[in-house]
Design a protein around this ligand. Structure first.
Ligand code: PRX
Length: 681
């Protein structure tokens, strides 16, 4: 019988003999799971995983029907498990079944003995914590649902949420779900213009926001931004304002109301009936970057989405009744939706909801939270790990992290040096690391290393989760060999697959993005390789998407923002390797005739990006060039620009340049390349 060791056994570290420290740190490491993790694992052996996986792909409908019975409460049964089509993409899971996400995440726990259990512990930026039980979550959500109903909001109406990480963000999501309204969260780091675009595209009727957000002691004036956005959003009828800092703010009579006053209204009841909705009823819209400037409103629905997040949450984080789970993501991203709110609450788990940043008041903040709340599962991103690593190991070693069992990583491939630090310093070589590969569009984890039973390979995401059928396809549309790089696709739908883009009637863009590049498959946009053990190694995006600190940004949207400057004739944005962010943003700029590159140009362009998109999209490098390299047919050669941004200075290493109009352009760009710091300084 498989019996894992107590401490992690390093079974391969090929470069350990090397004298080059960087090479040692970045060498691949394989580690076996420990008994410490495996003795509790829900999936108790690799053979059990294999059997369950085989079943899930041989009889997907049977498998998912059983899971749907086990994980969710259904008011009415479904008549058919799945209807799908990858050619004319549409997916319906649990057709005809009726359920409600709010009921599954709150009400059923009240009857299951979890009434007084902490649903979440809110940890404020100022280091205060407050516990919300399932009972208090119920009352707060019901009251807010009733407030929304009093404005005439009901099934199918869109409610926009522009909130920092305050408890009200969770209440708002669940209040919408309770009455069948569809929420769309706009990340509070976005700008007024980005907010305006998303409000307009979603046709939201209500906006829930705050006076300001507080992160790392810094104030983010959300209501001011909302006011600017709302000048062009006539469809918003009501604005509910959470008073986070009790600031004096502009309140538009008749439109703006305070959250705390509304939920305390005499006519607002503490109970709100559930609106039982169809399994395919939209739960939320989440805007993500696309290959054009216009963001894509990814739609997730009720039954399949909740099943996907619930089952993965249980098995991948291996959560048990008394565990405390801590996910550092912001609720404004998909990770926050699936693994801060819906996954944990559907299982009745206790989570930490953290308002602040990892480095405030100092770089020990995460470790302090883990120690004080006894966190068992900790889910974060490689960029956060790298930024904390820079502060050395003394800080994490000075805290008691012994409650930790499972460490999760998400957002980008985790580089071996960060993986090892996470494994050794944070996980004490006994915790399992679950690298989780997934996307906004997949809704749930797709490829991972299940804790306690799977060998961990630093930088490989791992094996497919139940029901997930990946395939790597080459540019020649053939299945890649083992060890060969190709495009990561999926052969079969999973319950939480995105159903389309909001407000795009014929869904052409949805089809073109995911289903046309490799007919018959869902295309992820990622490059990957499968090894001889069936593990998938992710190699980054193959499209014009950047992955900056684990956040997906489209080059097109950054270029559109830069091109809106009166000084800029043309721009091209590419990524370059960045020690902390994973990928940095490198912008090539061609100025308009007669404009000279002044010293304040970079600051002005950065300010413009901040205004149009938000601080996360600000370029790390602005490189003014005379011309951009183009082919005779006028196509921009990004491949060349990426190589130069990454430090290639030898023109011979740039590959075939024969299709270029003018090779001298490339030479000039190389010569004028500024010195680039990729250390995050
Ligand atoms: O390129 C992959 C990368 O992030 C992309 C999805 O971005 P987004 O929809 O914003 O969702 C991020 C959080 C789920 C993917 O196409 N990515 C995400 N997780 C990983 C990853 N790349 C490698 N390993 C991961 N664990």
């Amino acid at each position: 019988m498989f019996s894992p060791p107590m401490r992690g056994v390093i079974i391969k570290d090929p470069n350990l003999q090397s004298s080059n420290q960087d090479q040692v740190e970045e060498s691949i490491l394989f580690a076996e799971p420990t008994e410490y993790v495996s003795e509790l694992s829900w999936i108790n052996s690799l053979d059990t995983y294999k059997e369950m996986y085989q079943r899930s792909i041989e009889d997907p409908e049977g498998f998912w029907a059983e899971q749907a019975e086990e994980f969710l409460y259904w008011k009415e049964p479904w008549s058919k498990v799945l209807e799908w089509d990858f050619e004319d993409p549409h997916f319906s899971w649990f057709v005809g079944g009726k359920t409600n996400v709010s009921y599954n995440c709150i009400d059923r726990h009240l009857h299951d003995g979890r009434r007084n259990k902490a649903a979440f512990i809110w940890e404020s930026d100022e280091r205060h914590s407050k516990v919300y039980t399932y009972q208090s979550l119920y009352t707060r959500v019901c009251r807010l649902s009733n407030v929304l109903k009093s404005y005439g909001i009901g099934k199918g109406d869109v409610v926009a949420i522009f909130l920092p990480m305050v408890p009200e963000i969770v209440f708002a999501m669940l209040a919408c779900a309770r009455i069948g309204a569809i929420h769309t969260i706009i990340f509070s780091g976005f700008s007024a213009e980005a907010l305006r675009d998303r409000l307009q595209q979603s046709h939201a009727k209500v906006l829930i926001t705050a006076d300001s957000g507080l992160r790392g002691g810094r104030i983010n004036p959300l209501k001011n931004m909302a006011d600017a956005a709302l000048l062009e959003c006539p469809e918003i009828q009501k604005v509910i304002v959470v008073s986070r800092l009790q600031q004096r703010i502009n309140m538009e009579p008749g439109r703006d109301v305070y959250y705390h006053e509304e939920v305390a209204r005499k006519d607002i009841k503490r109970h709100c009936d559930i609106e039982w909705v169809d399994a395919e009823h939209p739960l939320f819209i989440l805007y993500t970057s696309g290959s054009t400037g216009r963001p894509k409103g990814v739609v997730h629905t009720t039954g399949g989405y909740l099943l996907g997040t619930s089952i993965t949450f249980k098995y991948i984080f291996d959560t048990h009744e008394d565990d405390v789970y801590f996910c550092t993501a912001d609720a404004g991203w998909i990770t926050g939706h699936s693994y801060l709110v819906y996954g944990p609450l559907s299982l009745g788990v206790t989570s930490v909801l953290f308002e602040g940043v990892p480095t405030y008041p100092d770089a020990g903040r995460f470790w302090d939270i883990i120690e004080r709340h006894g966190v068992n599962q900790f889910y974060t991103a490689p960029t956060a790990i790298r930024s904390l690593m820079r502060h050395g190991s003394e800080l994490p070693l000075s805290y008691d992290l012994s409650s930790l069992r499972v460490l999760g990583s998400v957002g980008e491939p985790i580089n071996p040096a960060a993986w090892k630090w996470f494994y050794r310093v944070v996980g004490k070589e006994r915790c399992s690391i679950a690298d989780t590969w997934w996307q906004t569009e997949t809704g749930m984890h797709m490829i991972t290393t299940l804790p306690g039973i799977m060998t961990m390979k630093s930088s490989a995401a791992g094996l497919p989760f139940f029901g997930v059928q990946p395939i790597v396809i080459t540019s020649e549309q053939k299945e890649a060999e083992i060890g060969e790089d190709g495009h990561l696709c999926m052969k079969y739908p999973w319950p939480s697959i995105a159903r389309g883009f909001w407000d795009e009637v014929d869904n052409t863009r949805f089809k073109e993005t995911y289903f046309s590049p490799f007919p018959g498959y869902y295309f992820t946009g990622d490059a990957a390789m499968k090894d001889e053990d069936g593990y998938y190694w992710l190699k980054g995006r193959v499209d014009d998407m950047l992955n900056v600190s684990g956040h997906r940004l489209g080059t097109a949207e950054i270029e559109a923002a830069l091109n809106s400057s009166p000084d800029v004739a043309e721009s091209a944005v590419v990524s370059f390797p960045h020690d902390i962010k994973g990928e940095g943003i490198y912008a090539y700029i061609v100025l308009k005739d007669g404009i000279v590159a002044s010293d304040d140009l970079p600051a002005r362009l950065s300010g413009l990006i901040r205004l149009k998109i938000g601080p996360i999209a600000r370029p790390d490098v602005i490189h003014v060039v005379d011309e951009l390299p183009k082919t005779r047919s006028g196509k921009l050669m990004r491949r060349i620009l990426r190589k130069i941004a990454s430090g290639t200075t030898d023109i011979k290493e740039l590959g075939d340049l024969s299709t270029l109009v003018d090779e001298d352009v490339v030479e000039m760009i190389i010569k004028s390349r500024p010195k680039v710091s990729s250390s995050g300084d």
